[in-house]
Ligand binder design. Structure first.
Ligand code: EPU
Length: 293
């Protein structure tokens, strides 16, 4: 490949993506790239642009469905230690996009810093969380984000400040190709109190959502003032199976992958759910999960 010289050590061809996702579904990436530092990442981004190679960024694969055919182009993952650094100075946390959200939540709790409790049980990467403003009923990451450092498609690196970023419901206006790092502003609090809150939110999650199966969190966004889970439940699809995919019995906005499941099964089940909800409620369900096809 003419875009590879000097990058061969960090590029794998036809890497199966299934094992990099929580669904454990989907085909390979034509090029799977794990840069070791920002310089290499910048080089990969620039070369992809120059050679018109589509570039996707993979976080921890917890909100992602990859098609069975896999994806053309480059899939970049910020898995190297240099992308996972975490620094805490007073009540400001600065971390790399590849850092695990779960670890950040725990670390803040131990340090007596409040603000990330609403993210407990969300298994993604910091970069992915920032990009879609991850969160739940108790808040989202956008409420604590102070600045976000990014790389655009020309490889140019810059920082966006909080006032320039729109954090909406599971979306932001961050268009840069890659998120590198984020700075979060937290509030000092009693570690024990934070610990109790984490436990409460986690228990609530555990009793209302499937936590031990292959899934990608909520499949659909909640339509304005409505609950996607309740709508799917009302059309009678809870527990409904299609091939190896099944609507969770515990929460109807989750699809669980069982033995023999393919991405095609999940996509077909998504279509069926949308159609039933449209027919019955005239509501168009919008995907929350990211689909690569
Ligand atoms: N409900 C049903 N049947 C179901 C599921 C839910 O009737 O099968 C009803 C519940 O009884 C409740 C309402 O629907 O009255 C809302 O359900 P829930 O409280 O479980 O919250 P949700 O709106 O479905 C949201 C986020 C979750 C987040 C939880 C808790 C979305 C799409 N979902 O769920 O986020 O964990 O609040 O904070 O915004 C995710 O983003 O992947 C995700 C799971």
């Amino acid at each position: 490949m003419n875009w590879l010289p000097g990058l061969a050590e960090i590029v794998k061809a036809d890497e199966p993506l299934a094992e990099h996702t929580w669904f454990r579904l989907g085909g390979p990436a034509e090029f799977f790239v794990r840069p070791r530092d920002e310089r290499e990442l910048g080089e990969v981004v620039r070369r992809c642009r120059e050679n018109e190679i589509p570039l996707r960024v993979l976080g921890r694969g917890s909100n992602l469905l990859v098609a069975d055919e896999g994806v053309k182009g480059a899939v970049v993952q910020l898995a190297a230690p240099s992308f996972k650094t975490v620094q805490i100075n007073d009540n400001v946390l600065r971390a790399g996009a590849g850092a695990s959200l779960t670890e950040l939540v725990q670390r803040c709790a131990r340090a007596g810093l409040s603000g990330l409790e609403c993210l407990v049980g969300i298994p993604g990467s910091l970069g992915g969380a920032v990009k879609i403003n991850a969160g739940g009923r108790f808040g989202d990451i956008g409420s604590v984000a102070q600045s976000v450092r990014v790389i655009d498609s020309t490889g140019y690196e810059f920082t966006r400040q909080r006032q320039d970023i729109y954090f909406g419901y599971r979306m932001t206006n961050i268009l840069a190709r890659v998120i590198l790092e984020a700075e979060l502003l937290l509030v000092p609090d009693d570690p024990e109190r934070i610990g109790r809150l984490l436990k409460e939110i986690w228990m609530l999650k555990k009793t209302t959502q499937p936590t031990n199966s292959r899934n990608a969190g909520c499949i659909f966004k909640n339509p304005r003032a409505l609950s996607a889970g309740a709508l799917i439940d009302k059309v009678g699809l809870k527990g409904h199976a299609l091939g190896g995919a099944r609507v969770s019995e515990k929460h109807a906005n989750f699809i669980e992958a069982g033995p023999g499941c393919t991405a095609r099964d999940v996509l077909a089940l998504i279509d069926l759910i949308r159609q039933r909800v449209r027919d019955r409620f005239e509501v168009e369900l919008e995907l929350e999960v990211e689909v690569w096809q």
